[in-house]
Design a binder for this molecule. Structure first.
Ligand code: 5GP
Length: 145
């Protein structure tokens, strides 16, 4: 699996790169939801977050707060969303893991209004919750890749 992001990482396609280490590259989104919208991408080619190696996961965990600080510093925004889509049903358009860092500008600031969220909560099913939590807990044990 190779995506347009691999070609950007390999600099075959130009981008406004803002960060690079041995595992992670970040660059400006070509269609930003707000000024400073950045994509943070593992060099490892995986479609879904849960497929990443431990090394990539650790590097992303370290790079994300660092890049978020830099985006806030450069844009002056004080609020932001981190978005990470997995699967086309979940709005993933590029099949290579990536995190969006999307500043939430002050009202009227221009350059886009940031991420809009349509959030429709339901109620936790009391009968299912314990079974569900047991299943997820069991999956987390020894799940290092
Ligand atoms: P997704 O919906 O997969 O989470 O988001 C993919 C993102 O990649 C979109 O925000 C889109 O604008 C961005 N994108 C797609 N192609 C390119 C490209 O060639 N260059 C850059 N910089 N961003 C891209």
């Amino acid at each position: 699996m190779s995506s347009i992001f691999t070609r950007i990482i390999q600099r075959e396609i130009p981008s406004h790169e803002v960060y690079r280490d041995d595992y992670v590259v970040a660059f400006l989104d070509i269609a930003p939801l707000s000024r400073g919208h950045v994509l943070v991408v593992p060099i490892e080619e995986r479609e879904y977050l849960h497929e990443l190696s431990e090394a990539s996961a650790r590097a992303l965990g370290s790079a994300l707060p660092r890049i978020a600080r830099a985006v806030m510093g450069a844009t002056g925004a004080t609020a932001y969303n981190v978005l990470q889509n997995n699967g086309s049903a979940a709005h993933q358009a590029v099949p290579h893991v990536h995190f969006h860092i999307i500043p939430k500008p002050a009202a009227g600031a221009g350059g886009g209004s940031g991420l809009g969220i349509h959030w429709q909560p339901t109620q936790l099913n009391a009968h299912d919750a314990a079974t569900l939590a047991d299943g997820i807990r069991a999956g987390c044990v020894g799940a290092d890749s």
